[in-house]
Design a protein around this ligand. Structure first.
Ligand code: AMP
Ligand code: MN
Ligand code: MN
Length: 345
């Protein structure tokens, strides 16, 4: 394995300039990460709870490469009901996942993916607190840099972009499985290359990945173009009670709505993308009741309102245009608090 990324046949010519960040991660931080990884025999990976394509895809892509370097690799996320969301079950490498109860109690070296706060590690936060070294690979502007080494670029469109850099720097090469995982992250976090985060560097990375022989049509169908019948009925309930108040459009889905069709919480992810189409609204909000009875609040902005700041003020976080948080209040109280915060940003 060589640390020199410049001559990789399938790697970028100059990794540091490829994510549009102007090299937001200092070279010294990359060097330290490589050193920590090289000297560890066992490496524990974690991504945020209820993982999306970027969290799970980035983690599995790096897991493949570490495994090919001869490392013992465990990967997990800290959900109480540990299960890969249906729409991500097409991702390769899931045999490397272990449930949180089988995760090392005090890993020598951990790497976290797409995780902006300690809390987003869920059941794995105690393991993380006991880990000797924690490398935080992320692109959230609100990242609290909770680990011992930050590889954070808030300008990167996806954690997958940083994962790709890490892979090349480790001397790894893309193959079809790794490319599938990275592509899932890139396509998820850019909203299929529609969000303003979609820079030339994003398309250049996509080209490197697709060149590995990806069936992007099949990946798109897995991610967005299929769902169980109950998802349509629950969407109907959400749209039936959607409300437009000034520039705010919002709705909610209860766990009772889902229970009628046995619909898992993870199937609600796409509803915000329909609600946010509303021409008359600048901000879209969907309150989703999880299996424990808490409200997971998804917010989207078209640009003028910083929903990331509003959600951060309410204990969550995210990006300028897409953010979220958890509320334990009623729907009415949750919306009242959110309206107050949106009025401030
Ligand atoms: P979602 O609406 O679940 O797709 O989340 C949009 C973005 O908001 C995610 O990419 C996360 O960055 C952030 N986010 C969502 N929920 C939370 C939370 N409970 N705490 C912190 N950040 C969150
Ligand atoms: Mn994520
Ligand atoms: Mn992400």
């Amino acid at each position: 394995m060589t640390p020199d990324v410049r001559d990789r046949a399938n790697g970028p010519a100059r990794v540091g300039s490829r994510n549009g960040s102007g090299g937001a991660v200092p070279e010294s931080a990359w060097d330290r990460a490589l050193h920590l990884i090289r000297q560890s025999d066992e490496i524990a990976l974690a991504c945020h709870v209820t993982p999306d394509g970027d969290a799970l895809g980035s983690m599995l892509a790096v897991a493949f490469v570490l495994r090919s370097m001869g490392k013992r690799v465990v990967a997990s996320f800290g959900d109480r009901h540990f299960a890969v969301p249906r729409l991500l079950r097409f991702l390769p490498g899931q045999e490397m996942l272990v449930p949180p109860e089988d995760y090392p109690a005090a890993p020598e070296l951990m790497i976290t993916f797409d995780t902006s706060t300690f809390e987003r590690l869920g059941l794995l936060s105690d393991n993380t607190a006991r880990a000797r070294e924690v490398i935080v690979l992320d692109h959230h502007p609100s990242n609290a840099a909770f680990g011992t080494l930050a590889l954070i670029d808030a300008k990167a469109a996806a954690t997958a972009m940083l994962a790709e850099q890490l892979i090349y720097r480790l001397g790894g090469r893309l193959d079809r499985d790794i490319a599938t995982c990275l592509y899932a992250g890139l396509v998820t976090d850019t909203g299929s290359f529609r969000y303003p985060s979609t820079t030339p560097a994003v398309h250049q990375m996509a080209a490197r990945l697709v060149a590995m022989g990806l069936r992007t049509d099949e990946i798109a169908r897995e991610l967005w173009d299929r769902s169980p019948f109950g998802a349509l009925k629950v969407l109907a309930a959400a749209l039936d009670r959607v409300t437009l108040e000034g520039g705010l459009v919002w709705t909610y889905i209860t766990r009772v709505d889902r229970a009628a069709y046995g619909l898992p919480y993870a199937e609600l992810e796409g509803i915000i993308d329909i609600v946010r189409r509303t021409d008359e609204a600048e901000v879209a909000v969907v309150l989703k009741e999880d299996d424990q009875g808490a409200w997971q609040v998804s917010t989207r902005s078209k640009g003028t309102v910083d929903v990331g700041a509003a959600c951060a003020a309410l204990g969550g976080g995210g990006h300028h245009n897409a953010a979220g948080y958890t509320s334990h209040d009623s729907v009415e109280d949750t919306m009242a608090a959110l309206r107050r915060e949106l009025g401030k940003v």
